[in-house]
Design a protein around this ligand. Structure first.
Ligand code: TRP
Ligand code: SF4
Length: 400
């Protein structure tokens, strides 16, 4: 059966923190078991905002990949690669730019948001305006079905869908499309191929939607079709045009927002993070200093966990039983805040120990990481090249 393809990217912004782990990586861990997964380092995207200090990118790239591996991302299950090592992304970005309406780009919410938020650099650049289009190229070049992202990125996936639709509309009509479709349908065997033809006719001539659905089901079940065959046949069923680019779906992760040391969302820009591989001493100090419910001035002042940032960490790390203990102890002032933090500190230290053990062989020999990534880049490139062949062909660029 066809396994859906999942793609996601992260900008290399330095070592990852617990918010990344609980918010993103844990989700990737589940996805890598179930789907064909491609995870990449969006280094060009980092340059759209950090073009003025490019020297930081390289070290951040390797640190981030080590954090992925430390979290348990398995290079035997998922393909890990770096965007700039698959230059086809840039080619697709360029070709998509020919038909990307300026107004669509200007209307993507992150464009104006970031421009007004980031005051220390000039983001009125061509590259920054093109950020979502580059992201669209990242996704479309792999014909990804699902894109796991946080809420802030959903408009980018929506934008990608619109660009794909527009592209298919403009360039999807292919001269020898019908020939290719008939070729592919031969693989179905004569009986099923006739059935599909009949159903297609019913759909086209009588508008019978059920016939379309049935025909799709036949194709979905056919074992010996390649992904390309199936796509051509789907396009053939629905109309005469071929779907060159596949519209992806955003896959929203419902994970709790992890609060940082100050109770705000954990984020590098707030400087309130605990990194995945933190020094244990500094970790303990940070957690001990972490503010709690301001009502608990003295040891016997009762508190309310809902008003305490430590509680939100407990909710991620502690068992039901421990949570009851915290709640009860806090409200009745039968435990002190340091006492309350103790089991939390233990759990986080334990988790970190595990990350560090997994990271150790990679930290000791960065060559291993580089090999993993270079294998991943090669695999990704093969896939990207296939899409580019079709894109060039339908845009009339396949001459020699
Ligand atoms: N823009 C994404 C972010 O800031 C990173 C990214 C780039 C991405 N290309 C992508 C995510 C493609 C998903 C798919 O988080
Ligand atoms: Fe927060 Fe725990 Fe102190 Fe209550 S007892 S205020 S939950 S640290």
């Amino acid at each position: 059966m066809y396994t859906q393809r999942v793609l996601s990217g992260m900008r290399p912004t330095g070592s990852l923190h617990l918010g990344h782990y609980h918010g993103v990586l844990k989700n990737w861990l589940e996805l890598q078991v179930e789907y064909e997964c491609l995870f990449f380092v969006a280094d060009w995207h980092a340059l759209t905002t950090h073009y003025d200090n490019p020297e930081i990118v390289e070290s951040h790239v390797w640190d981030m990949v080590i954090d992925w591996l430390a979290a348990g991302i398995d290079p035997n299950q998922a393909t890990l690669f770096i965007q700039s090592k698959v230059p086809e992304h840039a080619e697709l970005h360029l070709l998509l730019s020919m038909c990307a309406p300026l107004g669509w780009l200007e209307r993507v919410p992150s464009f104006k948001d970031q421009q007004s938020k980031i005051n220390d650099k000039d983001l009125s650049t061509y590259g920054f305006l093109g950020y979502p289009l580059l992201q669209a190229a990242d996704i479309l070049i792999y014909r990804a079905d699902q894109v796991p992202v946080g809420e802030d990125q959903v408009p980018h996936v929506e934008f990608t869908r619109e660009i794909a639709r527009r592209f298919n509309h403009l360039f999807g009509g292919e001269v020898d499309f019908v020939k290719k479709a008939l070729e592919a349908s031969k693989k179905l065997g004569s009986k099923r191929s006739r059935l599909v033809q009949e159903l297609r006719q019913n759909f086209h001539e009588k508008g019978d939607e059920m016939a379309l659905e049935r025909a799709k089901a036949v194709l979905q079940e056919a074992q010996n079709l390649t992904i390309d065959d199936r796509e051509i046949l789907f396009g053939y069923l629905e109309g005469a045009k071929r779907l060159i680019l596949v519209e992806p779906q955003p896959l929203l992760t419902q994970s709790p927002k992890l609060s940082g040391l100050d109770g705000l969302k954990m984020s590098k820009s707030y400087g309130n993070t605990i990194s995945m591989r933190e020094n244990p001493d500094s970790l303990v100090i940070k957690l001990k200093k972490m503010p709690t419910d301001p009502a608990r001035v003295k040891r016997d002042d009762p508190g309310d966990p809902e008003k305490c940032p430590v509680w939100s960490l407990h909710k991620v790390y502690s068992s039901k039983q421990a949570l009851d203990w915290v709640k009860e102890g806090c409200i009745t002032a039968s435990i002190g805040c340091l006492e309350c933090k103790k089991p939390l500190i233990e759990s986080i230290l334990n988790e970190q120990k595990n990350f560090k053990e997994k990271a150790k062989p990679y930290e000791e020999d960065i060559g291993v990481v580089k090999n993993i990534v270079s294998d991943g880049c090669e695999k990704a490139r093969e896939l990207a090249k296939n899409t580019m062949r079709d894109v060039r062909e339908c845009m009339g660029l396949d001459y020699t």
